[in-house]
Design a protein around this ligand. Sequence first.
Ligand SMILES: [Fe+2]
Ligand SMILES: [Fe+2]
Length: 485
Amino acid sequence: MGINALKKQGMRIALDAEDFIAKHSVTDEEIISLKKKFISIEELEPILKKREEDAAASASEPEKPQAEVSLPSGFAPMAKEYEPEITVREALDVTGKSRTEGKVDDFVKYFRNRYERLAALLRSYGGKYPEADLHGISKLAGQKVRVIVMIFEIRETKKGNLLLQVEDLTGQFKIVISQRDEQLFQRAKTLVKDDIVLISGKVAQPFIIAEELEWPDIPVARERKKPERDLAGVYLSDLHFGSKQFLGQYFNRFINWINGRGENRDLAGKVKYIFVAGDIVDGIGIYPNQEKDLDVVDIFKQYEMFTDFVQELPDYLEVLVCPGNHDAVRRAEPMPALSKDILGCEVHSVGNPSTICVENLEHLMYHGTSCDGWIATLSHLSYDRPEKVMIECLKRRHLSPIFGAHAIVPEKLDYMVIEKVPDVVHFGHVHKNGYANHRGSLIINSGTFQDVTEFQQRQGHIPTPAKVPILEFQSNKLRTLDFTR
Ligand SMILES: [Fe+2]
Ligand SMILES: [Fe+2]
């Protein structure tokens, strides 16, 4: 959110306190946790002390055991017998590493990082023509080349062809995609601004006439990993605790089920992991007049509802959580993990996006806020089929390529690049379940536990609340349990 957003929400911050916040990188969560309307430097100083205490405590103290939830008789969950296997890919998570000042130079470095990493991927696939830089390409007139470029502008010519203004790290040039090449033309119609692609073709001054177009994408079908243990993961998102539309009755059914008090007990007993891809709470001040849609107007009380939920889970379960656009972290992406103070319980809190290896399966977890920009840009995408949007991200190996469609923080490393080939890709945000398999990567959009909102009704968007996907890792069997019934 930042200082300005906090001020807009009615918080008053003294000038010297603002300096202190900048100097010590005090986070929004730390400021909110003070529970004060007026923030002076005296209020802030204890934050530093608390940081030291927390660091010392986490280094020396064993984790507090959760109060044990009693399981019904006859429910002997297999998952209880196994220790968790979780590795957070820290290098791909922005948490604790955000240092950018958002200057022009930071954006230049950010785009260079994106270009270099995606270009390396594209280069690794090779090609039939030699690679050329755009600088000096006009000297290669008549030759066939391949170039790795970022799309700067896409225009339709009077003749109905596509004219791309492109650039690489050495210069700019133009590329023509003729509508006579029907297949290529249709592919090119899904290009977006800032895409990084490999284009092969003939240099014919002042253009390259394209013959082929490739996105970095996932390498073609690979062998599926088969985890050794017969455990399962539950995929949730968009709980929106605190909203009037939060479907508590259905959510309680889910809690009962996971505690072995429902049907499919064998499956419930296999669940070892619960992934929550953001929008844990409905938040405050996320959109104008949000108060009228809130049951709980205090953000801490909203997160207490989450804490209560975690405490109602069997203690052998592992919960992995990333924030979404309704949560109490900065709005721009990548987002750092929610703090323990905010969440109020022991879970694996990771950034948005993040990559986590669970049971030897690489999980890419991202809230999915960029879906809005994708759907507004490409006509074949809609809120009804979120899995199609997710495929577009995988094709680009990037979660949010369209600059300006959604706020991005220009970190030195572009955390939105999909560095590792994911086995499971988990999004939320659109409140609609969706599944697909793209070149061996399983795509899951986990829907919501929030009922349809007025805004969605006006948009004609029909969410699918309380339908929970569960993946059995060993067999790769994905089921959706409907808790509305
Ligand atoms: Fe949401
Ligand atoms: Fe969202």
